[in-house]
Structure formats: C-alpha cells, structure tokens
Write a protein that binds this ligand. Structure first.
Ligand SMILES: O=P(O)(O)OC[C@H]1O[C@H](O)[C@H](O)[C@@H](O)[C@@H]1O
Length: 587
C-alpha cells in the first residue's frame, strides 16, 4: 500500500483529533480493517483522500473568503429544489473528485441497470423498479416481455376510480353512510411513506376524509385510534406487501372484528360488511383473499418494489383518497422529475450523486456517523422517520455484494426533528459538541398557512429566519475575539465560543406541494442508491430484520409460562421473562 493509500485508510490514526474550536475531525471510528480492495484502492479514491486531508485543515470561513464565487458554483437545482451545498467543507474540486469516485464505483452503469429493470437486487433475484411507478403513461418500459408501464397505470387507474367513488360518496359503508375516515393498517414501508405524505400534504385534503395510520402491535395504537371512530363511516386499508406481517395481520383481524361486531347484524351479512369496509394493498392476492377481502377490493403491486420504496405504488392509496388522484399524480410527477434528472444530469450537477457522495466523504474522512435532517416545516415532522427506514434499512449492511466483509464504513445514521423544535432540544450539541454532524436543512418560501404575532411579524418569516440563521451560525460560528469584543467576562469566553465549521446542506423550495414532496423523496432514494453502489452493498434487501421476528415467535410461549423451552434462552432473557410473568400474574 503506498503512502497515499495509508492516508485514505479510515483506520489510520490521524493527528488532527477533534478539538472544539477547530472541528478537526478525529479519525473515523469504524473498525473495518485496512481498505485493501474495491473503491478505496482506486486512484480516484486516493485523490479524494488527499483532498480530504487538506479540507480537514481548513475552515468554512476560509473557504468562503478564498472564493467569493463559491456560492454560485456550489449550488444545484433539480425540479423545484434549490440545493445549496456551499456550506459543506468542500471546494468545487472536491465535488469533481467525489464524482470521479462515483464514476469509478460504477454508479452510472448500475443506475442504468436499475432503470432498465436488471435484477440488481441479487440476494433476492429481483429487479428494482420503484422508478417505474412514476413513469408517465407515454414512456414504455418492457422488462422480461412485460409492459411495466401498462401494468403500473392499470393499477393507478383502478386506484383513481376507487378514490373518486369514495370521495364523491358513491362508494359507501355497509349501512349507506358516507366514508369520512380512512385507517391505513400497515407497518414499515407500508406505513411510514403514506403516514408521512398524508401529514405533509394535509392542506390538500379536500374531500372531508380524515386519515389515520395504525402500525404498532402495541394494542395502544389501535385502541386509541378506534376510540373516536364510527365504524359505519370508516374504511380500512390493509397495506402489506407480503400480507404476512404479524403486526399488520393482528391489527387487521381486530379491526375486522370491531366492524363486524358493530355492523353485521347476522352472520349472513359479515361478508358484505367486510367488502364495504376493507380493501387491501398487497403483492400476495392469495393471502388477502384468505383473510376475507374480495379480489375486487385488492390493489396490487409487484415484488420489484421494495417496501421502503413503495409510497408511489398502491401503498399510497390512503394518500390518494385524502388528496385526490390529480394531486397524487403530481406527487408521482415530482418523483419522476428527479428520476429523469438522476439519469441525465451531468455528474457534478447531479443532485443525488453529489449529496450521496457528500455523505460518503463525511463518513470516511471526517468521522461522521450520523446525518441530521431538519425540515423547517411542521407538516414534514415524519420525514426524518420516513428517511430512517429508507436509508438505514437500505444501507445498514456489512457485507458486499459478493458476500465478503465490507472494507469501509456504511450506512449513515439518519435522525432529525422539525425546526424550530430541534433548536430547543439538541442543537446545542450540533453547535458546540465534539461530534461532526452534517445537517440537511429543508425549508419552503411559502407557508401552508401563515399567522401573525402582535408585532405583525409573519410566523412563517420567524420560522425561516431561524432556518437561515442556523446554517449561518453552524458554518461560521463566533470566535473568541468576537466574543471578547462584546465585553464578555474572560471566564465565559471559552464557553461562548461557537466553533463553526459545521457542515450543512440547504434545500429550499417554493412551497410544500405534492410535486415538491415527490422530488424530495426521490432525491433521498437516489442518494441511498449512490452510496450503496460506492460501498458495493445491496440497498434493496433487509435480511437483518428477520432473526428478531423469528426469535419473538419462539419466545412467545415463554411469556405465558416458564415451562419447556426456558432453558434454551440466555440467563438474562430468562430472568427478564420470569419477572415479566410475575408482574403479569403468571407462574
Ligand atoms: O409490507 P409488509 O410486507 O407488511 O412489510 C412491512 C415491513 O416489514 C419488514 O419487517 C421489513 O423490514 C420492511 O421493509 C417492510 O416494509
């Protein structure tokens, strides 16, 4: 390994440990061993590594004063999104090097393979075609002899027809009442996407339909949701790709009983009551019909749509019912705009590539382990949670596509809260803590609704002044000299120093419309793809969640009785189970 490679090795001790005030990052703490093969042994990676070494010794203050045109060059535009990356610790030359690495990793070839429908999800032998869900009707995509666009639009048309009927009152409950409440029962990708979008686009709700989302196996979720609902006016959507998920099926069974108990006057009417109050979204028609939902009430999708990539499929039915087919199509159009951009924009202007690669840069060369996503929009409160599944279930992997151990860190940890709430909670650590946390700030010029305080100030302006102030302060801070100039007692100066040099990306859009939300989602989806390719992992499987599920099934009998099987669990779990049984009044 030459000296350049040593510099790029994330496990090589770095003399510049993180000191408050300079934010020189400590060596990344991942322990994946020396980077001997794959992307980290390419000349492109070494060039990036050299650049990162000098970047770690500079500051955003210096970068801004060295290049007055910096902001002009370090911005990207995609659809309605204006993305300012100038407050990242990079130069235009770094962006070129990041793009070189992406190219060397085969991002472009793999991207084209994904859009073509190649089976790039190799561990499940599946195509990855969530991008086909938002193809316009006019664009043909044939995979394995099947006209994918036609299939997609056939389902969209059925959804639209159903949505129109429910929204207009043509489709009614078993007793003839209008449907005014929709409860989506699903979990993971069958919940987080529609729940997030439903909240984000609540101001597009125009047919008097109230949406609820039940996901947790914790009965508190279903109980609290059903408490104030009228079954005669409620439609349940059972959303599950596999229709085999314990949480969803248990909640669905209880909901079905609740409806039958109230509305089915005799056993003869049960079937028709279920048909009036239950529809399903799934790829598994057989299981849905076994559950008792009529085939006519099933909206299908395909195994080439990953759960966490499925909000543009029939999984979005609850959203379509709420905002209507026209706005739902605008949402899909926004996603398609970013798909098109990802396919066609030159590397350095390609927003998903640049943003995904910034995450790679901070992960490998700045010791960052997390990325905060901070929407300055209360309507986007669930966006960070949605992104957690999208990004972490996708890229939380430690073996490469060929099954060997990864030689690099993978999977940024995503977290966040809407602004300004986060400012009053964890921003202290962002500003003065010892960790480097790259932040994505997302804001909108126009409010969904505005109010004015006694001084006549627009509350949306107050929100957005915080949005702009935070990225400025994170980047430039306030040094000791500036603090002393304010007559601060010397003993307080070190406490008040704001180190600055904390990177952030600003995503600004005109308004939170269905189209803009679609753009935001696709922007993050494709970042995940870019990173997964560079790390040589499969972002489209999720084997790691299976063992916990089977273990829970195996443990279930031990929650009731300590008898046979107790000896098969470890001492800690066994003690905890005994205490649980005791507190539940069991033997
Ligand atoms: O849609 P379903 O088949 O019910 O799956 C719901 C969720 O459960 C699983 O555990 C997966 O980890 C998720 O990727 C998936 O979205």
């Amino acid at each position: 390994m030459n000296s350049d490679a040593v510099k790029s090795n994330p496990t090589t001790p770095d003399p510049g440990t993180l000191k408050p005030g300079t934010l020189k990052p400590e060596t990344p703490r991942n322990s994946h061993g020396p980077a001997a093969t794959g992307i980290t042994s390419t000349p492109e990676w070494r060039a990036l590594s050299d650049d990162a070494t000098s970047l770690r010794n500079t500051s955003l203050r210096k970068l801004f004063s060295d290049d007055p045109h910096r902001t002009g060059t370090l911005t990207l535009d995609v659809g309605d999104l204006h993305i300012d990356v100038s407050k990242n610790i990079v130069t235009a030359s770094t962006i070129r090097k990041l793009c070189d690495v992406a190219q060397a990793a085969g991002v472009l070839e793999r991207r084209d393979a994904m859009f073509r429908g190649d089976r790039i999800n190799t561990t499940e032998d599946r195509s990855v075609l969530h991008t086909a869900l938002r193809l316009p009707r006019s664009e043909t995509l044939i995979v394995d002899g099947v006209d994918i666009t036609e299939e997609v639009h056939a389902v969209l048309d059925r959804m639209a027809d159903f949505a129109d009927k429910v929204r207009s009152g043509q489709f009614r409950g078993a007793t003839g009442e209008r449907i005014t409440t929709v409860v989506n029962i699903g979990i993971g990708g069958s919940d987080l996407g529609p729940a997030m979008v439903s909240q984000a686009l609540r101001h597009y709700s125009d047919a008097g339909i109230d949406s609820h989302f039940v996901s947790n196996i914790d009965p508190a979720d279903l109980v609290s949701t059903l408490a104030n609902l009228d079954p005669a006016r409620t439609l349940f959507i059972i959303a599950s790709k596999t229709f085999g998920t314990l949480e969803t099926l248990s909640n669905a069974e209880v909901a079905r009983q609740w409806v039958i108990d109230t509305l089915a006057t005799d056993p003869e009417t049960q079937k028709s009551v279920v048909a009036h109050h239950f529809v399903a979204v799934s790829t598994n028609i057989e299981r849905v019909t076994d559950f008792g939902i009529d085939e006519a009430n099933i909206f299908g999708f395909w195994d080439w749509v990953g759960g966490r990539y499925s909000v543009g499929s029939a999984i979005g039915l609850s959203v379509m019912l709420q905002i209507g087919p026209v706005h739902f199509r605008e949402f899909l159009h926004g996603m398609h705009q970013v798909d098109h951009h990802f396919r066609t924009a030159p590397l350095e202007a390609n927003a998903p590539i640049v943003l995904g690669m910034l995450g790679v840069l901070y992960t490998h060369f700045f010791g960052a382990e997390t990325r905060a996503v901070l929407p300055y929009s209360n309507d986007l409160a669930r966006f960070p949670a949605y992104l957690q599944q999208l990004t972490m279930e996708s890229n939380g992997k430690s073996v490469t596509l060929d099954g060997s151990a990864v030689q690099t860190g993978t999977g940024e940890i995503y977290w966040g809260e809407p602004g300004t709430n986060g400012q009053h909670a964890f921003f202290q650590l962002l500003h003065q803590g010892t960790r480097l946390v790259p932040c994505d700030f997302i804001g909108f010029a126009k409010p969904t609704a505005d109010l004015h305080n006694d001084a006549g100030a627009s509350m949306h302006d107050l929100l957005m002044s915080n949005f702009f102030a935070q990225t400025h302060v994170l980047a430039f801070g306030k040094n000791a000299e500036e603090i002393r100039a304010e007559d601060t007692p010397e003993s307080l100066v070190p406490h008040k120093v704001m180190p600055g040099n904390r990177p952030s990306t600003t995503i600004l859009a005109p308004a939170l419309t269905p189209q803009v939300l679609g753009q935001l989602i696709a922007l993050y989806e494709h970042q995940v793809f870019v990173q997964g390719t560079v790390w040589s992992i499969n972002p489209f499987d999720q084997w790691g969640v299976e063992l916990g599920k089977t273990q829970a099934q195996a443990l279930l009998p031990l929650l009731t009785s300590g008898a046979p099987g107790a000896s098969t669990v470890d001492g800690s779990t066994s003690d905890l189970l005994a205490r649980y049984r005791k507190w539940r009044g069991r033997s």
